[in-house]
Design a protein around this ligand. Structure first.
Ligand SMILES: [Zn+2]
Length: 396
């Protein structure tokens, strides 16, 4: 089954070899999807025939968003906590335990249905690659269940048993459990290991021990670092070869230098600062120093309950002084770098056919027109996932 998408007014490839600037922009383009891959890309006038055709009518086409940081296996919600925070109470991370109680009490079916609902919500907003963390179980059985269910539906799975020390346990005892029985139960379902390295959660020594155990079990580190204040997280992430240091809200010069000199991506999560009224990370300082920057949602029921990558792009531009091109790159190619994926986050022959048709003539509209529906059509791995009517029409 092949589909030609023709009359693309502006195609974002993220490949400077294919077009203009860092986004590799091509005007008046077409692409051909064959199976789950892109088989052809070029000028609209030269597009080959295919089994089916979609007329983009001059709209912009981008790679699907890569959301490289989300916590989606949970039950319940915390709207009242948000309202309290907006009335002046600070965010401390303590509400995680509320979600842990609700998640433990939920059935597998409830957790699976909530995860599927959120991934579908992401898909219809153009997100085609989703990373999903555990971290609301905090027992061997509940963490194993979280990564097992995540592995059924998400593209990338991260074991975050070290999200917070559960109520009624000593930190040392909990770290011992995370690094032995819990890790052994979860590693078969996960690619990544993560730790909430923060003064309210795990310190540098505990973080180092947990990441080292994860590496021994075949997992690759990524790290929650420097969200609530300055700390050792970012430099620790770089030192252990983490794919990404996430949040990066409070950075020293040494942290910025370490990121710029490494392959560790700085993943910024501006929806969190929006939802917790914290200062935004200094994206300009990171970009100007030469660090690789990604943007993700951090979707979770506590500190940021949005699935919208477009909203995060708009925040990155307005509040973190990124250009629209830098923000769109960070939300697509940047996320792919943070997940060490070469098949997603760009459009070219052989890439996974993750295609987002914007209902706008340019990618700039993502930041220029915040809060409006932007998505005309989405394919994930060659399968039409939005709108449903188009998917039905295509027999996909
Ligand atoms: Zn997070």
């Amino acid at each position: 089954m092949s589909t030609v998408i023709s009359n693309i007014g502006e195609l974002v490839t993220n490949d400077p070899a294919l077009g203009e600037g860092p986004l590799g922009l091509v005007r008046d383009a077409a692409v051909v999807i064959d199976g789950d891959r892109l088989a052809w890309i070029g000028p609209a006038t030269a597009a080959p025939p295919a089994d089916d055709a979609y007329d983009a009518a001059g709209r912009a086409v981008l790679p699907g968003f890569v959301d490289s940081h989300a916590h989606l296996v949970f039950a319940g919600e915390r709207a009242a906590e948000f309202a309290a925070r907006m009335s002046g109470q600070p965010y401390t991370g303590g509400g995680i335990r509320t979600t842990v109680e609700r998640t433990r009490a939920a059935s597998d079916e409830e957790l699976r249905a909530n995860l599927a609902r959120l991934i579908a919500e992401m898909a219809r907003q153009g997100t085609t690659t989703v990373e999903c963390k555990s971290g609301y179980g905090l027992t061997v059985a509940d963490e194993e269940r979280a990564v097992r269910i995540a592995a059924e539906l998400a593209d990338e799975v991260t074991f975050l048993g070290a999200h917070i020390v559960p109520a009624g346990m000593e930190a040392a005892d909990y770290v011992a459990l995370v690094t032995t029985d819990m890790l052994a139960a979860c590693a078969p379902y996960a690619r990544w290991i993560d730790v909430f390295c923060e003064h309210v959660a795990f310190d540098a020594e505990q973080t180092r021990d947990i990441l080292a155990a994860g590496i021994r079990a075949g997992l690759t580190p990524r790290l929650h670092a420097n969200q609530l204040g300055p700390g050792p997280g970012v430099r620790l992430a770089v030192a252990c070869g983490a794919a990404s240091a996430d949040h990066c809200t409070f950075l020293s010069d040494a942290d910025v230098d370490a990121l710029a000199a490494s392959d560790t991506v700085a993943t910024l999560l501006p929806g969190v600062e929006f939802s917790t009224r914290q200062p935004y990370p200094d994206a300009r300082r990171l970009l100007d120093a030469g660090a690789t920057v990604a943007i993700a949602t951090d979707c979770n029921p506590g500190s940021c309950y949005t699935t919208s990558m477009a909203f995060c792009v708009a925040l990155a531009v307005r509040e973190m002084h990124m250009t629209p091109a830098e923000a769109v790159w960070a939300a697509t190619a940047g996320g792919a770098r943070a997940l060490r994926r070469t098949d997603v986050g760009h459009l070219g022959v052989g890439a996974r056919a993750d295609v987002l048709v914007l209902d706008a003539p340019s990618y700039i509209h993502l930041a220029y027109r915040p809060g409006v529906p932007h998505v005309a059509a989405v394919w994930k791995a060659g399968r039409g996932v939005w709108p449903i009517s188009w998917a039905d029409k295509s027999g996909l």
